[in-house]
Design a protein around this ligand. Sequence first.
Ligand code: F6R
Length: 612
Amino acid sequence: MCGIVGYIGSRPAADIVVSGLKKLEYRGYDSAGLAVLDPAAPSIGLFRAVGKIAELDKAIASHPPASTCTVGIGHTRWATHGAPTVANAHPHLSMDGRIAVVHNGIIENYLALRSRLESKGYVFKSETDTEVLAHLIQDCLDGGLAESVMRALVHVEGTYGIAVVSSDFPGVLVAARKGSPIVIGDCRGEAIVASDVSAIIQHTDKVVFLDDGDVAVLTPEGAELRTLGNSTVSRSSTVVDWDPGAIEKGGFEHFMLKEIFEQPEAIANTIRGRLLLDDGTCKLSGLQLDPQKMAEITNIVVTACGTSYYAGLVGSYAFEQFAGIPARIEQAAEFRYRNPIIAPNTALVSISQSGETADTLAAVREAKRKGALTLSICNVVGSTIAREAGRGVYLHAGPEIGVASTKAFICQVAVLDMMAIMLGRTRRMSNSEGTTMVAAMLRLPEIVKRVLEQNDAIRAIAEKYHQARDFFYIGRGYMFPAALEGALKLKEISYIHAEGYHAAELKHGPIALLDEHVPVVACVPQIPGHRKTLGNVQECRARRAPVIAIATEGDPDIGGLANDVISIPECPEFIAPIPVVVAEQLFAYHMANLRGEPIDQPRNLAKSVTVE
Ligand code: F6R
């Protein structure tokens, strides 16, 4: 979604801001812009363009700002209010042209604010909610820029992460946050702000995440934090252990392919130090659960969106099967509006790669309000959901830049499996059962590697099917979430219509669509339910649907049944979604690549969905 970068210091701001924006491209956007000013001769230089940052680069190159412009803010916009046009691109200027604002989030009362400002004579040039902020700050101008911003924000309902500069106050850059992330780099002799650490880590690994209601006042001397009521606050800094090289493609054609191939290492990092073979259990210290606290949990509600939701579905099965705790999964977008019943001693497990997904965050807050014990599984350290939940597990998967989630899914499943083992061992699971499961999990990096070795074979299969218009993915048990995730991966990057179905549900309606033009991907490794799914594969073949099976190596029955087979190593059912989904990721990747689609930035999609 939208991205923000701001800089104040002694170096040319345009270069730093635009290079930061490039690091945020993965989030998805449709226009970009930059505002710079020279502290010695302050007037705001504005550059905006529709399309990729290369277009913004061209706009800047046609009137390059002086190197003395050492203050700047930039933005990548993912359209919500108004089409992607130059007029709607950020930064937006106040009517007097002396204040520039970039904004992530949604101003919910912008129509009311707009008509109030229009009645005072303010003229709007865009359809955006953000422009309201620029005029509102001008209208509230009294004293310094920070105080004026605070005064304006009091009138704002909705969510925002903003950065503001003014030619009247060239020595200061103001940022503020409510519901949309803002992070400050802890630098010397300059200050940098962004909506995402990816734009900061090439400058410093020490960052400070703003809390809701915080206002940061940045000067070349550093950052000072205040509340909206203008009292000073302090927030501790976090060290981000991402290698800046991890946000480069490293020789791969796309971030998605790089991240697919990083998975053996990512999952090794997720399980490292957490699997206790001798005790047949797992150690997840961030959950802060002693055996007594674990024993008190009588219900688990899992919540998430998209791919993380499908990982959560795997987790909900594992919690019931291995921990014997009743578990259900809820779509985060439904959670707070459905007013769910949260029984006493319920643990709410929220899952989010980014840790910023608006619906998942709202679900965590709602569950907290209803007295649940909130536990999170996030990848981004210090992210809002991780902080809001208070207890949690980080994936340590490294930055995921490709819009389509890959390594986060498999690491989320690994964490959920570890939680199930840990909870199970405080209940009915024996040491030997736990040891067998832990031993299986220790093989995961190797299992994933074996699937990746089939990359060329999977590409060859994709060559046969990449012209298809519709696909079905089927599976049962632990393969049902894998079918859902496979279909999501295919549709989001190749734009082929794909539906994930429970293998048994197919004949309750959708089988009517099957014919020789509609391939079916059958997730059918040798785990419980295997025989029954083979029966469903027969039903597909009887309707002439071509079948691509993802099956266990050496399965004697599958060759005669499926048109094409992708093999995964033998493994128990609770980890089987991991290799199956890795095979699906490669298949979706090659399908999209053969169709020439922009894999890392699929149309209409954003990496981190910070609006409802
Ligand atoms: C699909 C995908 C999305 C995300 C979803 C939740 O490939 O990436 O479906 O899984 O938007 O995002 P997080 O996990 O950041 O909460």
